[in-house]
Design a protein around this ligand. Sequence first.
Ligand code: CP
Ligand code: NVA
Length: 334
Amino acid sequence: MISLKGRSFLTLKDFTPEEILYLIDMAAHFKQMKKQHILHDRLKGRNVALIFEKTSTRTRSSFEVAAHDLGMGATYLDPKSSQIGKKESIEDTAKVLGRMFDGIEYRGYGQEIVESLAKHSGVPVWNGLTNEYHPTQILADMMTIREHMGELRGRTLAYMGDARYNMGNSLMIGCAKLGLNFHAVAPKKYFPEEELVSQCRKWAEESGAEILLTEDVKQGTGDADVVYTDVWVSMGEPDEVWEERIEELTPYRVTMDVMKNASSNAIFMHCLPAFHDLDTEIGREINAKFGLTCMEVTDEVFKSYQDAIFDEAENRMHTIKAVMAATLADDWDI
Ligand code: CP
Ligand code: NVA
């Protein structure tokens, strides 16, 4: 019997494959209930704090909708309207919020911040994205792959682009634990850190997966079941890095040729937001400066493969709901 009550959800490193699959199963259960309009508000009377030091559409909406569906109140705190970091330390903030809320979500910078919140608040803390990890995203990704392809074990996921940041790191951990082969397809300097790679190789050995780091797009994406990418410049990084990223990562853009090289029923995935056209402010700025009409993925790939991408976005809500329910409720029969 798996129980995650009272646990924080800071990185998938802390969770066994069985616990990760339990959360995905629970999310599938919630998804079904939601579609059938069956209320599941067993956490009435509880309250959660949602701290966002970086912007968000999916993660914030997911936590808010999921909290409401579970019957909980949700309070949104952004850096401008709270004292966090500027006038009050993370430790003091954690101690205050822990007295008022039953759980705390944090999106922002270093992993040490969520760790400190968890240490000092005394309530479950959920990582809504740090520089290093984005664990709730991986639950949604794995749920989506399972919906589209069935069995996860033995699949191959090729991640193209900056593989040393939150998405690359977390996908590598998730794949290694759940038995999917993980290919980081990028210039060497964008490979995940050696220490994390060797940790993941140990989990991969247990799950029967393989980890490949390669600069060769053909080799890295050949026979991939999932081709995955993310923005080339992440939130919080300085604008000055754009030029270098464009130069170094353009050969790793997901194009129709890349998709043709992958397995015949491959899906394309992206955590979003994506730069695939000129319908965004940053997209237009980059176009004016560097002449690009898309960045990490072409508009053609994005549009042709959008079913999985938007299922993935929807699944953020169901999986985040599972994380909150599993860590706050006594038991939830699924
Ligand atoms: N994928 C994701 O985390 O999206 P948001 O930045 O909109 O939350
Ligand atoms: N790597 C991206 C992920 C966004 C969901 C970022 O940190 O901005």
